[in-house]
Design a protein around this ligand. Structure first.
Ligand SMILES: *Cc1c(COP(=O)(O)O)cnc(C)c1O
Length: 371
């Protein structure tokens, strides 16, 4: 049921096209599809199925539950957990064939205390090397010893990776430093142990030629959104659009106010439309008096505060007849107009990542697959 005709339209064709574009772009490196946080709000299962259909068989998620969801829904391939899990789950992780990230030495001790002896050889570990992020990861000068230690104790190291702090900044010195340190480390380790997976690039880093890895962790670009403010990648297309309808129409007079706190006062009589989407849907309250939507292909400014379940726009500039039930586009295309997620993000001083990943479960995801 969708009684308020409000949904995220997820265009899987665009996803598949973005993936094919990147397959070529990053060749000979391969794609690891980043599907954490429900594939940035797109729906991890549907997106991962589309990835499988495009020949992508590697995934990363943040948490164990996200990996379980993919496995339980028949997603084929390797799934790597990037983040923390309670060590008591270590055997279940092995049983499910999921790979884990080792990001600290103490973690290994905890795992060992729970790990069944017969699972030791089966545990698939990627080592997260900290090259400057200082969020998760083993310091590069401690990493080599830990690797030696792993092998001596009968563990299997499946991969090593790191993460860039500012790959979205062109010509960043720190980016170069991270890249060089990681490369040097990879070279040192590879001379002794063969490593199945070596990966450092995220979307922003993927488009510069990085040969010191065989996989790229591709997130935001696969969803058709931009990763680098100064570079517009025209070959990809957004996968997600946010659509709703008009729930009510009204006229107000000069000096009338709109919504909670009376933050908007009409300077003249105007026509307004209400839209049944609010901050509980993940449509940020900071769009209060600061944003617009598309109706009849025209940008209509938001007036007053965003409520929990609705907000109001000014439709006075629309010349055609507007009716209850007419389509409203919160982001995406309508006729010849577009509202980009990047523009919304800029308005409220955040990233496209946050806008899309915070749209709540209350909003239906509707998949389109026009062939
Ligand atoms: C989220 C994430 C990515 C993907 O980043 P994008 O900029 O979306 O491509 C890659 N690596 C790690 C470790 C991540 O957490």
């Amino acid at each position: 049921m969708n009684s308020r005709n409000t949904f995220l339209e997820i265009n899987l064709n665009n996803y598949v096209k973005n993936i094919s574009f990147f397959k070529e772009k990053i060749f000979p490196r391969k794609i690891i599809s980043v599907v954490k946080a429900d594939a940035y709000g797109h729906g991890a299962v549907e997106i991962s199925k589309a990835a499988n259909n495009s020949g992508v068989y590697n995934f990363v998620v943040a948490f164990f539950e996200e990996a379980i969801e993919l496995k339980d829904n028949g997603i084929v391939g390797e799934i790597l957990i990037l983040n923390y899990f309670n060590p008591k789950y270590i055997n279940e992780i092995v049983d499910r064939g999921i790979s884990v990230t080792l990001f600290s030495e103490s973690q290994l001790k905890e795992w060992t205390s729970f790990l069944k002896e017969e699972n030791k050889q089966l545990l698939k570990i990627h080592l997260n090397i900290d090259t400057g992020m200082n969020v998760l990861g083993i310091k590069i000068d401690e990493a080599y010893e830990i690797i030696e230690n792993l092998y001596e104790n009968g563990y299997c190291l499946e991969g090593i990776y790191s993460h860039y702090t500012n790959a979205d900044i062109i010509d960043s010195k720190f980016y170069k430093k991270q890249k060089e340190e990681f490369s040097a480390f990879v070279e040192k380790v590879s001379s002794k142990h063969s490593m199945k997976y070596i990966h450092i690039s995220n979307s922003a880093a993927s488009i510069s030629n990085n040969i010191d890895e065989n996989y790229v962790r591709l997130g935001i670009y696969s969803y058709g959104l931009q990763a680098i403010p100064e570079i517009f990648l025209g070959e990809i297309n957004p996968v997600m659009s946010f659509k709703s309808i008009i729930s009510d129409l009204k006229k107000i007079k000069k000096s009338d106010t709109v919504g909670y706190g009376r933050t908007f006062t009409a300077r003249r009589s105007m026509n307004l439309a209400s839209i049944p989407v609010g901050y509980a849907d993940g449509y940020d309250r900071k769009f209060s008096n600061n944003g617009d939507v598309l109706i009849k292909g025209k940008k209509c400014p938001i007036v007053g505060r965003i409520c929990m379940d609705q907000f109001v726009v000014n439709i006075s500039d629309i010349n055609e007849k507007v009716s209850i039930g007419d389509e409203v586009v919160l982001f995406g295309n309508q006729k010849n107009e577009e509202i980009k997620v990047e523009n919304l993000a800029e308005r409220i001083n955040t990233l496209n990542y946050e806008i899309i990943s915070r749209i709540s479960k209350r909003v239906e995801r509707r998949y389109i697959n026009i062939k």
